[in-house]
Write a protein that binds this ligand. Structure first.
Ligand code: ADP
Ligand code: MG
Ligand code: MG
Length: 920
């Protein structure tokens, strides 16, 4: 909605509903807001909705683009609409007899906390309240309504905090020695009203007696609340555009506070925490508005199915008002059938008559979301495609990891990044060795707390329930490894002051010691004091069924990043169709071989290196066999050694001294070597394929281990395996050619020695440097597959800090820059564009080039959508994200076809750059 449309705010500005007819319908959320559109929709369905009208969101837009003024036509349209309500209700707004009272309700397209609170009973003043007394013959009710109105109006429109009125109200109750609001007499309430008015005067504000002035004040407050700090923050966090604006609904009041044959309540058409198909809700007798949620009195269950431990003795709505309850049941069934989703409804009963005040799709837990979607397919209410699109892929995460028991109390100490979901409780340890000791020998559960983690901490991370770091972002070592392990992790929690020597952890004024209990919530980033109970969800029949449907629709392959047979097995269980990234450096770190690796690094001669490598080869072969067996013939991409060698040498002098002794090398020499190996440039240093060029024997040994493992399994277990050997950090086709050539030579030699025919393998590369993406046409001549390493590619393309990098492609895609203005993205040095260019260039050279992605983005739903459309063959992600990627891939396929430029669609007029002519 732009300025273009705000000029539209001259036609119809007000839509009426009531008496079985409505100007709008539930499809008009953009114009009438979610709440408004559904009130019109419910009216059209023939449900009992009090009459009213909705002022459109376009008026809100006009309001802000015209110095907070209204379109000229608004006033007369509002007057007309209001007189329609008067006619339907046989009441008069501001009338001394039968006064019409209204509620003023806000409502944007998406339900939005932070917007103005609803004002009830508008139209009351010292005159009309007498009319209400006469009509209802219930002065208590009339003055109760009046005091509520003054409170709400003063709070929302005049800016006098409701606290002031509430404490005056409580004072009166204690003065009279009563507990329940409903025990106050009409006289008491009359006095309260007078007191309230005095509070307003003392605050220097004017309480308008004129109902029209009240109405315009309330309407203005709704529009103004669109720009409140709360609303702005909420919109930012949830990417809701400011241009949407809010609508205002003015609706005739119905009264749930008119006596014991009146009530108000809220209900869900199915259980929002489990998804069980049962009508579920709460209500209060003789109450109004938000009394039910405000917790003043204990709400009563609407039926037996809704009864919980705290409401054992309370009668249900079904028991107390069987007729109204019966009506409500009919209404909810009709609503669910019509909206074809679980509804969250608000209702009021006035003198045994039911009125509907709101319906919307109900919020629910991941488990409920899954159950409801599956049940509705079985009930033939929705299609499989709809079920697939209704579940947010990220929500599945909740189902795969232990989560905090929602009923447990928690004392949140600090918040870090929600790096790896799930929940964990355990004793604090600062040292990975001690973590191992406590878990393995003492049967304790631990939380590993580190400034940041490194590959040397893996053994401690592996045994910990959860990992907490003070530094590092969503792609830090701790975060990536924890997600890979399916383990809870909170990273980058800056509030932690860790002193590993003193074995202390300080958070604010609180000091925790080694052995103290701590709980982490990796889905929210919360660090919680002590032990909190967790619950382990189970993958149920619904989950398996959904995954079956997912596989019917998706076109993109989903593999996993796995370095161990155990990870491979977990991922297969979740439906992974191969390994997209098997990193081999972890194998080098295993305690039984790290010293052989170090010996290899420290050897000064080729022969010395080969001798050390010969010790490692059989062990690596064993690792590969384990993984191939788990993958049962699915493709496995193995990346040859990637990190710089200094990462395998200890950092501290103490560790170096002990290593020197173990491998019998003088300490000084070891220290000098360690210093000479140190790398400053994380991506372009002496590592990856460049290491492979300096020391071909390392990659040759790895290739031999892979091929021998394949040959032995083919021979002994008749398996069919086509390994994909991946060369890391290639920036130029010459690197790939040089390394690829000798790897092929080694592979052929190993195959010949094994004497087996028909062994196939592929040699390809990771695209993780911008230069590799830009020279993909040349690189594809020398590699049979590409795998986008988007973690490094993102960092090298944007030069962003490590903390932001993992998130960026997602943010970029979420912002949909490419949709809004294709040209803006041409200036955007984006990873998506690099990928598209690389794919097009690579496939131009080699049409059957196999392309995947193995960066963290492979498990990020919006990036999976991108990969679907960009024409990748598969995405690869950590085992626990496999179901998320599978679901996202199916959603992407349902949403639209593959192919076509996504990020930068140049307009036809753009002169074509003569790329072809420039190429060699
Ligand atoms: P929210 O968006 O905070 O839920 P609503 O506009 O739905 O705000 O109003 C809150 C509550 O106020 C409703 O659930 C209902 O109980 C009460 N309410 C709103 N309008 C009316 C009305 N016309 N008559 C009686 N109660 C109303
Ligand atoms: Mg509310
Ligand atoms: Mg509501």
């Amino acid at each position: 909605m732009s300025t273009k449309q705000s000029s539209k705010a001259t036609g119809r500005l007000v839509y009426s509903f009531g008496g079985g007819k409505a100007d709008g319908n539930e499809g008009m959320k953009n114009l009438l807001g979610g709440k408004g559109a559904n009130l019109h929709g419910m009216t059209q369905l023939g449900l009992p909705v009090p009459p009213g009208f909705t002022i459109t969101t376009e008026v809100c837009t006009h309001f802000y683009s015209n110095a907070k003024s209204y379109p000229k036509a608004l006033e007369s349209q509002v007057r007309t609409a209001l007189s329609r309500i008067e006619k339907t209700m046989h009441r008069k707004f501001g009338g001394r007899k039968n006064p019409l009272l209204v509620s003023v309700r806000s409502g944007a397209r998406a339900s939005m906390p932070g917007m103005m609170d609803t004002i009830l009973n508008l139209g009351l003043n010292d005159e009309t309240v007498l009319g209400l007394v006469e009509e209802s013959k219930d002065p208590r009710f009339a003055y109760d309504s009046y005091r509520r109105f003054i409170t709400m109006y003063s709070d929302v429109v005049l800016g006098i905090h409701a606290n002031q009125f509430e404490s005056a109200f409580e004072d009166k109750k204690s003065e009279r020695g009563i507990e329940a609001d409903t025990d106050l007499t009409a006289e008491d309430l009359k006095e309260i009203v007078a007191h309230f008015k005095q509070i307003v005067r003392l605050a220097g504000k004017h309480f308008p007696e004129d109902p029209w002035e009240q109405l315009w004040g309330a309407v203005g407050a709704v529009f103004s609340s669109w720009m409140s700090a709360r609303a702005i923050t909420y919109r930012k966090l949830n990417s809701i555009p400011e241009a949407w604006g809010t609508a205002v609904t003015v609706q005739s009041m119905v009264f749930g506070n008119m006596g014991d044959d009146c009530a108000t309540g809220v209900a869900f058409t199915r259980d929002p925490s489990t998804g069980a198909k049962k009508f579920f809700g709460e209500f209060l007798i003789n109450a109004q508005g938000e009394d039910v949620v405000a917790g003043i009195r204990t709400p009563q269950p609407i039926n037996e199915a809704s009864r919980h431990a705290g409401a054992k003795a309370l009668p249900t709505l079904e028991q107390m008002m069987p007729k109204a309850y019966g009506q409500l049941v009919k209404v909810y069934q009709k609503l669910e059938k019509h909206y074809r989703d679980m509804q969250d409804i608000e209702f009021t009963i006035e003198r045994n008559r039911l009125y509907m005040l709101q319906t919307r799709n109900g919020k629910r837990t991941a488990a409920a979301s899954l159950k409801i979607a599956c049940d509705m397919v079985r009930e033939k209410l929705i299609t499989k495609q709809e079920a697939i699109t209704r579940i947010q892929p990220e929500q599945l995460d909740q189902l795969l990891h232990p989560t905090l028991d929602p009923k447990a109390r928690k004392d949140v100490l600090a918040k870090g990044l929600p790096a790896s979901p799930g929940a964990a409780t355990g004793q604090i340890v600062f040292d990975p060795d001690l973590a191992e000791e406590w878990v393995k020998n003492q049967n304790r559960k631990v939380i590993l707390v580190r400034l940041e983690t490194s590959p040397e901490d893996i053994h401690g991370m592996a045994v910990a329930e959860g990992i907490l770091t003070a530094r590092g972002g969503m792609t830090s070592h701790a975060a990536v490894v924890a997600r890979g392990m399916g383990k809870c992790c909170v990273s980058g929690c800056a509030a932690l002051k860790i002193s590993a020597e003193r074995k202390e952890l300080n958070i604010g004024n609180l000091m925790l010691r080694e052995g103290d209990y701590l709980t982490l919530d990796g889905s929210t980033g919360e660090v919680i004091r002590g032990q909190v109970a967790t619950i382990i969800p189970t993958l149920n029949q619904d989950f398996r069924e959904l995954m079956k449907w997912v596989n019917e629709f998706r076109e993109l392959g989903v593999r996993t990043n796995a370095d161990t047979p155990n990870d491979a097995r977990i991922a297969r269980g979740f439906g992974a169709e191969g390994i997209g990234l098997c990193r081999t450096e972890h194998m080098f770190f295993e305690s039984d071989r790290i010293d052989a690796v170090r010996e290899m690094i420290l050897a000064d001669t080729h022969d010395g290196r080969v001798r050390a490598l010969e010790k490692i080869l059989p062990m690596q072969k064993g690792d590969f066999k384990g993984i191939f067996r788990e993958m049962k013939g699915f493709p496995v991409t193995i990346r040859l050694l990637d990190p710089p060698l200094h990462e395998f040498i200890p950092h501290t002098d103490d560790e170096l001294k002990s290593l020197a002794k173990r491998i019998d090398v003088p300490f000084d020499r070891l220290k000098r070597k360690a210093e000479s190996l140190h790398e400053f440039n994380p991506m372009l240093g002496h590592r990856g394929c460049r290491l492979g060029i300096s020391y071909p024997e390392i990659y040759r040994t790895q290739v031999r281990a892979i091929i021998e493992a394949v040959c032995e399994l083919v021979k002994s277990e008749k398996m069919k395996i086509v390994p994909e050997i991946m060369i890391p950090l290639v920036g130029d086709w010459r690197e790939l050619k040089y390394v690829g050539d000798y790897c092929r030579e080694e592979a052929e030699a190993a195959i010949a020695e094994a004497g087996i025919k028909g062994i196939e393998y592929k040699i390809g590369t990771m695209i993780e440097l911008p230069r590799a993406a830009l020279t993909s046409a040349e690189i594809a001549e020398h590699g049979e597959f590409f795998s986008f390493g988007t973690n490094d590619l993102t960092q090298t393309t944007y030069g962003l800090s490590r903390d932001d990098s993992g998130m960026f492609l997602k943010d970029y895609l979420d912002a949909k820059i490419y949709e809004r203005d294709p040209f803006a993205s041409l200036d955007q040095p984006g990873v998506g564009r690099l990928m598209e260019f690389s794919i097009a260039e690579g496939r131009r050279t080699r049409p059957d080039l196999k392309i995947g992605i193995c960066g963290e983005h492979g498990g990020d739903p919006s990036s999976v959508t991108f990969c679907h459309r960009a024409g990748l063959d598969y995405v690869s992600c950590s085992p626990y994200r496999v179901p998320i990627a599978l679901l996202a891939a199916a959603q992407a396929a349902i949403a639209g076809p593959r192919g076509g430029l996504l990020v930068s669609k140049p307009k036809k007029k753009t002169p074509k750059t003569k790329k072809k002519a420039q190429r060699r």
